[in-house]
Design a protein around this ligand. Structure first.
Ligand SMILES: Cc1ncc(COP(=O)(O)O)c(C=O)c1O
Length: 406
């Protein structure tokens, strides 16, 4: 029966490395377990656990009633483009023109568009580790190759000017900077970006993809710094990817936006016009309301994430088996369990210890965490604190017991 659905068609070679992430396999397993009535403490969510604020839903409803249900310009409706331009000017001090911006189906599509229109086969995209796992698939799909600048927990998982200089090769086309970052919540300060920018000035062929999707989820005392603002000498080779998913609890609306040099944005829009066209007209109306509207619900959500981040830190501080670099932004903590995994009898023969550990933790302790290997951080697991306090407490306590037991 199964075989009757297999065609034997040859999938293109550039898709060899493009696979549905192991993370989604894990999340699907959690959903199946829940459906069978089995309680799992899931610390896997890559999205806010809040609902989209009411005024944004109202704007979407209003748009639908007003007939905003048709195709829009590829780069977005005038309303959302103006909202994006105003956002950049008001919040980031960046004065783009209309030709410098576009919207897409999530910031993910902005990033994929950028790689698709600029990478020649074999060109490299430099990813400081740990990085968002999805970048590698997008790079391969565009014909490029990921390259890695390996950071360490001891150095706060940060790319330093020296590491950057040593990691750039003649093949490097892009550097990806993600601040605040998934999976470890680091934030680059203005000063750090200025230092990195000085190195980048020496390499005029390297473009910078600045992924700022977690901009608003910032627990530090400093305002979000964008390299486009801190390093004006680089603005003609920076693409900013941002969106409404994380800030406004709008992951399902699929609306992201990008800004950068008009020739790259034009090529990205050409590409998008032949693949998906503009994103949902209704989501664009909702995004305009989000970007133009009040920020009180956003502030409440960030306060809540901050107190949960503190809860995670407090619980992890009760064991010396797990090390954590305290996240300054986003809603993830990367837990280093490498010592325990390396000394473990259960995982002594395992090649991918963190992946096997995460599978074992789910099967035997009913706690779901995301293994660090797909993020370029073997020996770690990522926990999300975009969930309720009880799940965090129970999940982490079980996790600690499990790590102490292996
Ligand atoms: C670092 C990072 N960038 C981009 C995205 C994509 O977000 P969206 O496509 O919903 O805007 C995510 C989603 O998890 C992410 O973690």
């Amino acid at each position: 029966m199964e075989n009757s659905l297999i065609t034997g068609v040859r999938i293109s070679s550039r898709m060899k490395e493009v696979k549905t992430s192991k993370i989604y396999e894990l999340i699907s397993k959690v959903i199946d377990l829940n459906a069978r009535g089995i309680v799992v403490h899931a610390l896997t969510a890559g999205e806010p656990d809040f609902d989209t604020p009411e005024h944004i839903i109202a704007a979407a409803k209003e748009a639908m009633r007003a007939g905003v249900t048709h195709y829009t310009p590829v780069r977005g409706s005038l309303e959302v483009r103006e909202a994006v331009l105003n956002k950049f000017s008001r919040e980031n001090g960046l004065n783009f023109e209309d030709c410098n911006i576009m919207v897409a189906t999530g910031s993910k599509q902005i990033i994929a568009n950028a790689f698709a229109v600029t990478l020649e086969p074999g060109q490299e995209v430099l990813l400081p580790t740990p990085y968002w796992a999805a970048y590698t698939g997008m790079i391969y799909a565009a014909g490029g190759v990921p390259a890695y600048a390996i950071t360490s927990r001891k150095n706060g998982y940060k790319l330093t000017p020296e590491l950057l200089r040593n990691s750039i090769t003649p093949k490097t086309r892009w550097l990806v900077l993600n601040t605040p970052s998934n999976p470890c919540g680091i934030i680059y300060s203005t000063q750090e970006l200025v230092q990195l920018g000085k190195v980048l000035e020496e390499f005029p062929n390297v473009y910078i993809l600045s992924d700022e999707i977690y901009e608003k989820i910032n627990y530090s005392d400093d305002h979000h710094a964008s390299i486009a603002k801190t390093c004006p000498a680089l603005t003609n080779r920076i693409i900013i990817a941002n969106g409404v998913s994380k800030a406004y609890a709008m992951t399902g609306w699929r609306l992201g936006y990008g800004a950068g040099p008009s020739d790259i944005i034009n090529a990205m829009a050409d590409y998008q016009s032949q693949t998906t066209l503009g994103p949902s007209s209704i989501s664009q109306a909702a995004a305009a309301a989000a970007l133009n509207g009040p920020t009180d619900s956003l502030e409440r959500m960030v306060d809540s994430y901050r107190s949960r981040r503190d809860l995670v830190a407090e619980i992890i501080s009760t064991t010396n088996k797990i090390h954590m670099h305290s996240p300054q932004g986003a809603f993830y903590a990367l837990l280093d369990v490498s010592d325990s995994l390396n000394n473990s009898m259960i995982f002594r023969n395992s090649q991918r210890k963190d992946e096997d550990f995460a599978a074992w933790l789910l099967d035997t302790h009913r706690v779901a965490v995301v293994p660090g290997s797909p993020f370029g951080a073997p020996g770690t697991v990522r926990v999300s604190f975009a969930t309720d306090r009880e799940t965090i407490e129970k999940g982490l306590c079980k996790l600690i017991k499990a790590v102490e037991q292996i």
